[in-house]
Design a protein around this ligand. Structure first.
Ligand SMILES: C[S@@+](CC[C@H](N)C(=O)[O-])C[C@H]1O[C@@H](n2cnc3c(N)ncnc32)[C@H](O)[C@@H]1O
Length: 187
């Protein structure tokens, strides 16, 4: 794909490459084609678009500004083992690649180091056509099976619990009065 894009640029065509969802999210050829085109002196622009994450926030009613949200390509996640914070949401893309034997077990083992085995995991597929319904299935982390995943599945792990309000900071910012409880944070 990178060579196809660059090949057309090199014969002086104006090139527009379209990718599914947001061109920056989990799309190697978009980043690589732009990097190499710039290196060769071509002007490049990436335009934003609606990603799987945007659809997921809307369909699951998730506000990533409230609890935070981290997202990874699942292979990067498994290979690099970033620190896990179960107090923020977690989105894992390309989980369809885990359908081969053993890989999903490795993911579950890694997640179970920080999440309870009963923690709900959402298997999510955004509707491909706006009049269709999204596919949303909640299963316990320990019950997640390869057969439940497809090539368009994305996994979402909601936070286990919200961190408590730092009362001193909240008071300093005028978000709370000392007599009030955590739930009375001013919006
Ligand atoms: C190569 S990445 C491309 C992501 C895309 N650029 C985006 O912005 O959504 C493919 C992965 O995106 C996710 N994905 C793509 N289409 C989806 C859909 N309709 N519902 C849920 N996840 C989807 C899946 O995790 C899939 O494995």
């Amino acid at each position: 794909m990178v060579e196809a894009i660059l090949g057309d640029l090199r014969i002086d065509l104006n090139v527009c490459a379209a990718f599914g969802g947001h061109p920056a999210l989990c799309v190697y050829p978009s980043h690589e084609a732009m990097r190499r085109a710039r290196q060769e002196g071509f002007a490049t622009t990436m335009l934003p678009a609606i990603s799987t994450a945007d659809c997921l926030f809307a369909d699951l009613g998730v506000d990533p500004g409230r609890d935070g949200c981290r997202m990874f390509d699942v292979t990067e996640f498994l290979a690099r083992r970033p620190s896990l914070d179960p107090q923020t949401g977690l989105i894992l893309f390309q989980v369809g690649t885990l359908r081969r034997r053993g890989a999903l077990r490795s993911l579950k083992e890694m997640l179970c180091e920080k999440y309870p085995a009963t923690h709900p995991v959402v298997i999510y597929e955004a509707a491909l056509v706006t009049t269709w319904q999204p596919f949303i299935r909640r299963v316990a982390l320990s019950s997640l099976q390869p057969s439940a995943l497809t090539w368009v599945s994305t996994l979402y792990l909601p936070p286990t619990k919200r961190p408590p309000v730092d009362r001193e900071m909240a008071e300093r910012l005028g978000l709370i009065r000392s007599t009030r409880s955590d739930t009375d944070l001013r919006q």
